[in-house]
Design a protein around this ligand. Structure first.
Ligand SMILES: NC(=O)c1ccc[n+]([C@@H]2O[C@H](COP(=O)([O-])OP(=O)(O)OC[C@H]3O[C@@H](n4cnc5c(N)ncnc54)[C@H](OP(=O)(O)O)[C@@H]3O)[C@@H](O)[C@H]2O)c1
Length: 350
C-alpha cells in the first residue's frame, strides 16, 4: 500500500485534533483510500510549549520552511491561521509540487483563487473544505454538487463562536463568560474579535460567494455587523416574541450584481437557521435545479474540523466519490421505528 507523507503546520486546536484523528482513524482511512497517512514533520511556533497531545520530539520543528522544503513530504496540512506567513508557506508548498489542505478562511478568502490556479498548474490539490463550517460539507456543495446549477441565494450561519455565545446568552449567561467558554472549548479564532465583529463570517461568505457566483469578491467588500452589540435585553425580547437572534451571512444574485452582508437577525423558531444550537452552523442554498438545500452540523472545534481535513486529505489520493473499500458482507437488522435503539447502534459501530 502506498503512503501519504504529511507535513503538519500548527499543533493548536485544529492541528492537534488532526494528529489525533490520524492516529485514531489512520487505519480506517488507509483501508478506504488505499494510502497510509503518516505525519512526517510538524511545525509549531513555540517548540517548548506544553501540548495536549504527545508528539515525537524528533518530528517537531519551529522552522516551517524545513517542512515545506522536505522532498519527502507529499501533503502540507496548514493549521496555523492568519494571512502571512501562511500564504507564503502554501505558495512554496504548491510550487514544490506538494498537495495543500488548509483550514484557513482568512487566507483562502484573499489568496484562494491564486492558490487554486497554482495548484492546477502543478497538477496538485489545493483543498479548503475546513475553512468554512468545520465539519459541514459546504465547499463541495458548490465545487461539485451544484456545479451545473445557477445559485440564487445563500443564507447561512457560519460562525460557531457567535452561535455559541448567542445560545449561552439565551440561557442567561453573560456575553463575556460565554466568549470565555467558547475560547476554553477551542471554538474561537486565535483572535476572537473576528468571531464577534462578523469579520470571520464575512471572510467565509467571501469564499462561498466566489464559489457560488464566480464573483471576485473580497472580505473588504462585504458589509459586516457582528454580535458585539447584542444585549441580554435584545435576546430576551426576541425569545418572548418566539424568535431567536442568529448571526446571518447572506449572498443573493441580484439584477447584474450580488447582494452580500453579515448581520444579526431575529428569526422565527421554525426557520431552519433558528434551530441551530451552540457551535452549530447551517447553510441554506437556493438554486435553479436543486431548489432548496440545507446542511447543518458542528461548525467549530478541532475535532469536527479534523473531519473535513481528513476528507480533503483523501482527495489528494483518490477521487472524492470513489472509496476503494470492497463492500463487506454484513447482517442487515430490520428497523421499523426511528426511535434510537442502543443495541443496534452499538452493533453498527463495532
Ligand atoms: N478552532 C476552530 O474551531 C477552527 C475551525 C475551523 C477552522 N479553523 C482555522 O484553523 C486554523 C488554526 O486554528 P486553531 O484554532 O487551531 O489555532 P491555534 O489553536 O491558535 O493554533 C495555531 C497553531 O499554529 C502554530 N503556529 C502559529 N504560527 C506559526 C508559524 N509561523 N509556524 C509554525 N507554526 C505556527 C501555533 O504554534 P504554538 O502552538 O507553538 O504557538 C499553534 O500550534 C485557523 O486558520 C483557524 O481559522 C479553526
Amino acid at each position: 500500500m502506498r503512503t501519504i507523507r504529511i507535513g503538519l503546520l500548527g499543533l493548536g486546536n485544529v492541528g492537534s485534533a488532526v494528529a489525533e484523528a490520524l492516529r485514531r482513524n489512520g487505519n480506517h482511512f488507509a483501508v478506504r483510500t488505499g494510502a497510509i497517512p503518516i505525519v512526517t514533520r510538524v511545525a509549531v511556533k513555540h517548540i517548548h510549549k506544553p501540548r495536549r497531545i504527545t508528539v515525537d520530539p524528533d518530528l517537531l520543528t519551529d522552522d516551517a520552511w524545513r517542512v515545506l522544503r522536505d522532498p519527502g513530504i507529499d501533503v502540507i496540512i496548514e493549521a496555523i491561521g492568519g494571512v502571512e506567513p501562511a500564504a507564503s508557506y502554501l505558495t512554496e508548498a504548491l510550487a514544490r509540487g506538494k498537495h495543500v489542505v488548509t483550514a484557513n478562511k482568512q487566507l483562502v478568502s484573499i489568496h484562494g483563487a491564486h492558490l487554486r490556479d497554482l495548484a492546477a498548474s502543478m497538477d496538485r490539490v489545493f483543498a479548503f473544505e475546513a475553512s468554512v463550517g468545520a465539519a459541514l460539507p459546504v465547499i463541495r456543495v458548490f465545487t461539485t454538487h451544484l456545479v451545473g446549477d445557477r445559485v440564487r441565494s445563500i443564507t447561512a450561519v457560519i460562525n460557531g463562536t457567535a452561535n455559541f455565545i448567542l445560545s449561552q446568552m439565551e440561557l442567561g449567561q453573560s456575553f463575556a463568560r460565554a466568549l470565555a467558554e467558547a475560547q476554553a472549548r477551542g471554538l474561537a479564532e486565535p483572535d476572537p474579535a473576528d468571531d464577534v465583529t462578523g469579520r470571520d463570517s464575512a471572510a467565509k461568505l467571501a469564499i462561498l460567494t466566489q464559489l457560488a457566483f464566480d464573483a471576485a469578491v473580497t472580505v473588504e467588500q462585504i458589509v459586516h455587523q457582528g454580535i458585539d452589540a447584542i444585549t441580554a435585553a435584545n435576546i430576551d425580547r426576541a425569545l418572548a416574541a418566539g424568535r431567536r437572534i442568529r448571526l446571518l451571512a447572506v449572498a443573493r444574485r441580484l439584477n447584474g450584481s450580488i447582494g452580500a452582508g453579515v448581520f444579526p437577525a431575529s428569526l422565527p423558531l421554525d426557520h431552519p437557521l433558528a434551530r441551530l444550537d451552540d457551535e452549530e452552523n447551517g447553510l441554506l442554498v437556493h438554486s435553479d435545479l436543486a431548489g432548496e438545500l440545507f446542511v447543518r452540523g458542528k461548525g467549530a472545534g478541532g475535532v469536527p474540523t479534523s473531519s473535513a481535513i481528513l476528507g480533503d486529505l483523501a482527495s489528494t489520493v483518490v477521487a472524492p466519490t470513489a472509496s476503494r473499500r470492497a463492500l463487506q458482507k454484513i447482517d442487515i437488522v430490520p428497523l421499523s421505528t426511528i426511535e434510537e435503539d442502543a443495541a443496534v447502534v452499538a452493533e453498527v459501530e463495532e
